[in-house]
Write a protein that binds this ligand. Structure first.
Ligand code: ZN
Length: 278
């Protein structure tokens, strides 16, 4: 994918190296004053401590962890893909007289706290409808390559576009009763996930129209869609609330709906809920 030098999104929240957030929270009251005094006496900047006392949802001002050059490049890439999704969905919503609200994308390492509960990297990237944020540990890129045999930047782009697809679903269905994760049947989950794959395909359609796709990109995305199908791999993490860990559909179905979105390029043809044949 051609991406270097293109616009990066301003909606990335870098929480890498911060753990669960809860660990950095310092209790209020006298204790924190003592801590702060000690901290200042030891030559610290009180602002640093104040930043740390914010909850994980608002910890923007802590400097990002310096990863390897490769990881920083991946972070930039993710940010460009997110910016692309902002462009395509803003335009698509505008065509329908609606306003697209940009989601935030949270980069984290190992574990993270979201409005949907705590999660660790093992669950893979996910979207939380409760706070309209995508959560991604960049190590997933390696996992895609090694564990899922789905290498390539466009494979990662597909994953981001799929999670953004869940955000689009949340906005489109906001007036309806979207079933909470725990009440979804497998059938419902499959249709829900395939629609996110379709919406990822719509994004890829737009990227192609802009001339961003390089040879082999579509294959990378289709391969990734195939690799993360339920019949290929089922991921589970006990004890965590993970909206994206439910049934997604078979490899063939995922590939098919992504491809359909890629060919059609509009929201309308992605009604997986009423499709007779998935
Ligand atoms: Zn999903």
């Amino acid at each position: 994918m051609i991406w270097k030098g293109r616009r990066q999104s301003s909606n990335v929240e870098d929480r890498r190296g911060m753990g669960m957030g809860g660990k950095t929270v310092i209790g209020g009251g006298l204790g924190s004053i003592v801590v702060m005094l000690l901290f200042v006496l030891l030559g610290g900047n009180p602002g640093d401590l104040l930043n740390n006392t914010q909850t994980s949802n608002s910890s923007y001002s802590i400097p990002p962890m310096n990863g390897s050059a490769q990881e920083e490049e991946l972070a930039d890439f993710v940010s460009v893909v997110l910016a692309d999704t902002e462009d395509v969905w803003s335009a698509e919503f505008e065509k329908r007289g609606m306003v697209y609200e940009n989601p935030k994308l949270v980069l984290f390492t190992d574990s993270v706290q979201s409005a949907c509960g705590a999660a660790n990297s093992a669950v893979g990237p996910f979207y939380c409808p409760g706070d309209h944020k995508l959560y991604i540990d960049l190590s997933f890129y390696q996992e895609l390559k090694q564990r899922f045999q789905a290498p390539g930047d466009f494979a990662m782009a597909y994953v981001i576009a799929h999670e953004v697809g869940h955000h689009v679903q949340t906005l489109l269905h906001s007036g309806e009763n979207v079933l909470p994760a725990e009440k979804r049947t497998n059938e419902y989950s499959v249709r829900f996930e395939l629609q996110a794959d379709y919406l990822a395909g719509v994004w890829a359609h737009y990227a192609e129209g802009k001339g961003y796709l390089e040879s082999g990109d579509l294959e990378e995305a289709l391969n990734a869609a195939h690799a993360v199908g339920d019949d290929t791999i089922q991921k589970k993490a006990q004890g965590y609330v993970v909206p994206d860990s439910f049934t997604h559909g078979t490899s063939k179905q995922r590939e098919r709906w992504f491809n359909k979105g890629f060919k059609n390029g509009t929201i309308e043809d992605g009604d997986t809920f009423n499709a007779a044949n998935l």
